[in-house]
Design a protein around this ligand. Structure first.
Ligand code: XMP
Length: 326
């Protein structure tokens, strides 16, 4: 029979076989539940022959990198290397606004960073060591929506599926490829990961890069990081983290509107709150957040983030909208 317990056992056994007794792997860690559970499964299969690599692409939310270093290592004892790649990503994204172009660039730079980490690991290891395997937390919905499922059309190139470069030097290990999110969380809990990882809301691999509509710059990222931190703080304070699937905050960076603050005219950017409920992200409904919470988020963002003078809420379901705007 199909139980969460034997999903984990089955995957551990399958991965032991795929990687063998000598093989080494690296795992890209995003901070989300998917890559953490994938890494935990592979750690059970091959122990310290797995090195986890966290690429800090500069597109993360506020304080996220520090959290990943702390929580994940504490929970799994896994080997973790942090790569500071902010400049590399932002340089590659300069001048690019088109969503698929951004996704492809981010996917490509991810792999370049892994390859660099691989080279470093080999350089530090005994003669003859190779790292041939790349672990990814690809889920079943990612496979379907990137057009890799039977008969599916490409909607978005998820960075961990369609965005891979053709000269990929790794063999992929994807222990979650047949699972939905709720199953991944159950497997994670079964493997002893803490709630803060297991119940973390989903966050896309391309990070805030696909939540800035327009060109991605350091300045725009900083603006969005501030607004997003406020929205997350208030959602948590209202006790709604587990009721909401996720709530992207989207910066309409090329749009400006006139407002008034104190005695003065403002000419700032809007942000869009995109709270949704969902079972598996294949479909979603817009979340009816309490008005008091919306008011609090709106007031705080417009007061505390100088460049933002308007807060709007997206009330589109999926379909026809997707959850992320790009
Ligand atoms: P969409 O926007 O397609 O998002 O409705 C569905 C779910 O997937 C997340 N998402 C991604 N996750 N890499 C990821 O790991 C990606 O490239 C990516 N794009 C979207 C999104 O946050 C939502 O939970």
């Amino acid at each position: 029979t199909w139980t969460i317990g034997n999903i984990a056992e089955e995957q551990i056994a399958r991965i032991k076989e795929q990687i063998g007794t000598e093989g080494r792997a690296i795992c890209g860690l995003s901070g989300g539940v998917d890559s953490a559970v994938a890494a935990a499964i592979v750690t059970k299969a091959i122990g310290d022959r797995l090195t986890c690599v966290y690429v800090d692409h500069g597109l993360m939310r506020k304080d996220e990198t520090e959290q990943i270093e702390r929580d994940f290592v504490a929970a799994t004892g896994a080997k973790l290397v942090v790569v500071d790649a902010e400049k590399q990503f932002l340089d590659a994204l300069a001048g690019v606004s088109e969503p698929e172009a951004k996704r492809k660039i981010i996917g490509r730079e991810f792999i370049r960073s892994f390859e660099a980490a691989q080279a470093d690991i080999i350089a530090a290891a005994p003669e003859g060591t190779t790292v041939g395997f790349l672990v990814q937390g690809t889920l079943y919905p990612d496979v379907v929506e990137s057009g890799h499922g039977a008969g599916a059309a490409t909607i978005k190139s998820h960075h961990n599926v369609g965005g891979l470069p053709e000269d990929l030097e790794f063999e992929l290990v994807e222990p979650l490829r047949e699972l939905f999110k709720d199953e991944v969380r159950a497997v994670g809990a079964q493997l002893g990961l803490p709630d803060v990882i297991v119940h973390r809301q989903p966050f896309p691999g391309p990070g805030l890069g696909i939540r800035i509509i327009g060109e991605v710059t350091r300045e725009r990222l900083d603006i969005l990081r501030e607004a997003d931190a406020i929205a997350r703080e208030e959602l948590s304070a209202a006790g709604l983290d587990r009721d909401i699937w996720q709530m992207p905050v989207v910066l309409l960076a090329d749009v400006r509107s006139v407002g008034v603050q104190g005695d003065g005219r403002t000419y700032g950017h809007p942000v869009v709150l995109r709270p949704v409920t969902s079972e598996d992200a294949m479909t979603a409904d817009w979340a009816r957040l309490p008005y008091e919470l919306l008011e609090k988020i709106s007031t705080r963002i417009t007061n505390e983030v100088r460049e933002i003078n308007r807060v709007t809420v997206d009330i589109t379901s999926k379909p026809p909208g997707t959850i992320e705007w790009e």
